[in-house]
Design a protein around this ligand. Structure first.
Ligand code: GLN
Length: 453
């Protein structure tokens, strides 16, 4: 039997050894971690330990952590020490977990490869020439490399599920509103959701039980009881109706990924599930709608970084306008600037109806596709990504990068939950099976994922 201190020390040592190469952490908070580990050991001695007491984990650097740098992967926030904890961080601390640090990410969570980070790219532990996915690439790589057993990520259009798939771990995006966004740096507020990333569905269930729940400081968080997400694990899948959306098996899907997914589906048939094809007819509108809505919300959310209140400030500004312009020009990276430009354009007078309003209407149709499918089947299954992890530096064109999220983005537009589960590999690079369910079906998704593992 090890103490939490011994476990924490050994993982800190492992990070020290391996993370110079992987770059999955932006900050390692060894001192705070050791103090939390000692507190966990004391709680255990007093007989007050819960299921997560002493669990080492890592937090995507998008979550505000009191007294610790919270950079969101950006030069803009490189000097920002958060004065308070995000709701999920409060909850994880109260549960006795031990955070080892803050993980690398695409700047402001904009990206699918972690190459948009101010702190440099992260390497995929399975193949150091591959990307780990993004934007929660640091969390995924840290778990995959055994630096931590679990981590938190956020998912606006796939940023938990896609890196989980690329790194061969399990990642769950909960229903929109299930987890409070208080203290999570905002990207696109109507889409952002925090969730667990870990080796197994069971570990994700444990973490989700700790972080879910209503919070008065996030008006979109839902007042609904939080179940013990482990309670349904192991429930029989006999009679489970699985739908395979035909749009998720079309052009652009790597045949090797497709065959791994079809093999996985066969495992469920052997467990008593039935499989049928379904259609999500508006799928091809998801990426265009997302790339109107997400940049629009981002341009509004990122207007707060003005060089005045916090974050990067340029040297010797001539006047207020110069302060705004140079602070933002110096603080933001190219992809963030691109999104701000798109967002301010689509929200501007004369373009709002043609772009933003239209995209919201399309969003409603996409949501309806899922609601119709869930009249026929219990869950949907398909690939999490069209290909396994691509090489670092291989995907230079922004539009081809946006197309990476073809199977994950519609889920955020609809607000439903989705989980990515490891389902084999192609030439050593992991493949993820994505399982989707109706709003608040997390227990069922976790059970279905669990029985594949
Ligand atoms: N890749 C998508 C984007 O760049 C999704 C990112 C995310 O989920 N945060 O916006």
């Amino acid at each position: 039997e090890f103490t939490s201190r011994q476990l924490t020390e050994s993982l800190l040592e492992r990070i020290e050894h391996l993370d110079g190469e992987l770059n999955s952490f932006i900050s390692v908070t060894a001192e705070q971690a050791l103090a939390a580990a000692d507190a966990a050991d004391d709680a255990r001695t007093r007989g007050e330990a819960g299921p997560l007491t002493g669990l080492p984990l890592a937090l995507k650097d998008i979550f505000c952590t009191e007294g610790v740098k919270t950079s969101c992967g950006s030069k803009m926030l490189d000097n920002f020490i958060a004065p308070y904890d995000a709701n999920v961080v409060e909850k994880l601390k109260a549960a006795g977990t031990v955070s080892l640090g803050k993980t690398n990410m695409d700047e402001f969570a904009m990206g699918s490869s972690n190459e948009n980070s101010h702190y440099g790219p992260v390497k995929n532990p399975w193949d150091l020439s591959a990307v780990p996915g993004g934007s929660s690439g640091g969390s995924a790589a840290a778990v995959a490399a055994g630096l931590v057993p679990a981590a938190l990520g956020t998912d606006t259009g796939g940023s938990i599920r896609q890196p989980a798939a690329f790194c061969g771990i399990t990642g769950l995006k909960p229903t929109y509103g299930r987890v409070s966004r208080y203290g999570m740096v905002a990207y696109a507020s109507s889409l952002d959701q925090a969730g667990p990333m870990a080796r197994t569905a069971e570990d994700c269930a444990l973490l989700l039980s700790a972080i879910a729940g209503h919070d008065l400081r996030d008006s979109t968080s839902v007042a609904r009881g939080v179940p013990d997400y482990r309670a349904e694990l192991g429930t029989s899948l006999s009679g489970l109706k699985i739908g395979l959306p035909k749009e998720y098996f079309g052009d652009g899907l790597d045949p090797a990924v497709e065959s791994a997914i079809r093999e996985a589906v066969k495992v469920y048939e052997s467990l008593g599930a039935t499989v049928q094809e379904v259609s999500l007819p508006h799928t091809h509108h998801a990426i265009p709608a997302y790339y109107v809505i997400a940049p629009a919300e981002a341009s509004s959310n990122l207007s707060r970084y003005d060089g005045v209140r916090f974050g990067h400030r340029c040297d010797a500004p001539k006047d207020l306008e110069d302060l705004y312009k140079r602070s933002r020009a110096e603080g933001f990276g190219d992809e963030v600037k691109r999104r701000i430009l798109i967002g301010t354009h689509t929200l501007s007078e004369g373009f709002f109806d043609a772009y933003y309003k239209k995209a919201q209407q399309v969003r409603r149709l996409i949501r309806q596709d899922f609601m119709d499918a869930f009249e026929e089947v219990d869950v949907l299954m398909g690939p999490s990504t069209p290909t396994p992890a691509f090489d670092l530096g291989a995907n230079k064109d922004p539009v081809s990068m946006y197309l990476q999220d073809i199977y994950t983005i519609a889920i955020n537009l609809a607000g439903i939950p989705g989980i990515s589960v490891p389902a084999g590999n192609v030439d050593g690079r992991p493949v993820g099976l994505q399982i989707l369910g109706p709003h608040f079906a997390e227990s069922q998704l976790l059970n279905v994922a669990h029985q594949f593992q």
